[in-house]
Design a protein around this ligand. Structure first.
Ligand SMILES: [Zn+2]
Length: 75
């Protein structure tokens, strides 16, 4: 398993000053733009996003939702 932020935080939970340092230097950056900001509104996936018309669905969810939203298949 990979070392995620939460897992490491749990490992050093007993050492307060270490935790404080860890949070200060290792937290994920808050971003205003870029890939990490945009997520699928249904499943939270970051890849394959359909941003057109402000849909914000990933391509997998778009496939499921498209018909309900009024999209029709042509060709
Ligand atoms: Zn999705």
């Amino acid at each position: 398993m990979n070392m995620t932020f939460e897992r490491v935080k749990k490992q050093i939970a007993g050492k307060p000053e270490k935790v404080a340092r860890y949070i200060k230097f290792c937290s994920a950056k808050k971003r205003k733009y870029g890939k990490a900001v945009k997520r699928c509104r249904k499943c939270g996936r970051r890849g394959g996003l359909v941003n057109k018309y402000g849909l914000r669905y990933c391509r997998q969810c778009f496939r499921e939702e498209a018909e309900k939203l009024g999209f029709r298949k042509y060709g």
